[in-house]
Design a protein around this ligand. Structure first.
Ligand code: FES
Length: 302
């Protein structure tokens, strides 16, 4: 019994994985182009869609709008179905909430594409089906909306049923979206657990630190990147807040380091995010020189 289970689970997983992989590469390339990921810095469109100007991922905030609007549509459709003759007001309300959901869903779609274009492996697979189901939900609601148009006072049962089917697709897509964040760790802040330090720690002899180079050191078990500019020293977390890329392996342009994974750019002086997809600044470290040693201490906050 258990052998059968053990054999069937991986093959089922492989089917979903290979189906997503068949379209994943070309879809991701297209998504990168559409969402500005292939542009040169400052990649304003990519930053905007990622939520960089607000310091918070934009996609999860926008998804609340179509979910809320279409939940209202479902409730109003049920009210209308119970007593179509006397509940025409519910049909009119369902028409309005369904169009609000459609408009908001376009925003969720484009911001979701921007986020998904930077995913790999299992999170890319889950994201593929998350997007597929959301697209299906959008199409169901679009057809449902068109069916309501001729007479919103007397919407058809077909329009309501299509909306219900779209809502089920939306709920499953929402579940997969949660799986991406809470299980796969997509778009969580990868520096969230870097706590502020009490004491300075020696990390490097000052004499070994050259101007304009990035040095990876460890402070309280956390990788940190150090930069010297004249007699000033700056240090920020070496972990990119977006998905954990190694900033010490990134390219340096003046005081700006670019993550080698998806191109987020951080100011090494103060940790600010200059270009997304990262939305959270890099944690900063205080630097001092004692007895010929560079000493670092994690500062509080971001
Ligand atoms: S890990 Fe994605 S930009 Fe750094």
């Amino acid at each position: 019994m258990s052998d059968t289970t053990n054999e069937s689970t991986p093959s089922t997983a492989n089917f979903w994985q290979s189906f997503a992989d068949r379209f994943g590469d070309s879809l991701q390339s297209l998504a990168r182009v559409l969402t500005g990921g292939t542009q040169k810095p400052p990649r304003s469109l990519k930053s905007l869609l990622s939520g960089t100007p607000w310091g918070h991922p934009l996609h999860p905030a926008i998804t609340d709008l179509p979910i809320g609007a279409w939940t209202v549509t479902v409730i109003l459709d049920i009210i209308w179905l119970i007593a179509p003759a006397s509940n025409g007001w519910a049909a009119r309300g369902a028409l309005v909430s369904s169009i609000i959901g459609l408009i908001a869903a376009l925003g969720a779609l484009i911001t979701g594409l921007a986020d998904w274009s930077d995913t790999y492996g299992a999170e890319r697979t889950v994201g593929f089906y998350h997007g597929l189901l959301n697209t299906a939900a959008f199409l169901f609601y679009l057809i449902s909306f068109i069916l309501r148009l001729p007479s919103p006072m007397n919407e058809s049962i077909a329009a309501a049923v299509l909306g219900f089917i779209g809502f089920v697709a939306l709920l499953i897509a929402g579940y997969l979206g949660g799986d991406m964040v809470f299980v796969k760790g997509t778009n969580v802040n990868h520096t969230a657990w870097e706590a502020a330090g009490e004491d300075f720690e020696p990390v490097l002899p000052v004499s070994s630190v050259e101007e304009g180079h990035l040095y990876r050191v460890t402070v309280a078990g956390v990788p940190v990147v150090v930069l010297r500019r004249g007699e000033q020293y700056y240090a920020i977390s070496a972990t990119c807040s977006h998905a954990g890329g190694p900033l010490d392996e990134g390219s340096l342009d003046g005081d700006v380091v670019e993550c080698p994974w998806h191109g987020s750019r951080f100011c090494v002086r103060d940790g600010r995010v200059l270009t997304g997809p990262a939305t959270v600044p890099a944690p900063r470290y205080a630097v001092r020189v004692r007895n010929g040693q560079l000493e670092l201490r994690r500062l509080g906050g971001h």
